[in-house]
Write a protein that binds this ligand. Structure first.
Ligand SMILES: [Zn+2]
Length: 55
């Protein structure tokens, strides 16, 4: 028998470029794809309290 978490936790989006805090998926503000580039997204940093691009 396997044990499973009943709660599914999304992986974090990345880290704040300003303060290096981990940004949880729940903080995602907007995600968009730039042609020929990696997907960009904007998420609110829990520490800076402002939208940043997770790295
Ligand atoms: Zn930050």
């Amino acid at each position: 028998m396997r044990e499973r978490n009943t709660k599914t936790v999304d992986p974090p989006l990345g880290k704040c470029p300003a303060c290096d805090a981990t940004i949880p998926a729940a903080n995602l503000v907007v995600a968009y794809e730039a042609a020929g580039d990696w997907p960009r997204m904007l998420a609110e940093c829990p520490t800076c309290d402002e939208p940043v691009t997770p790295v």
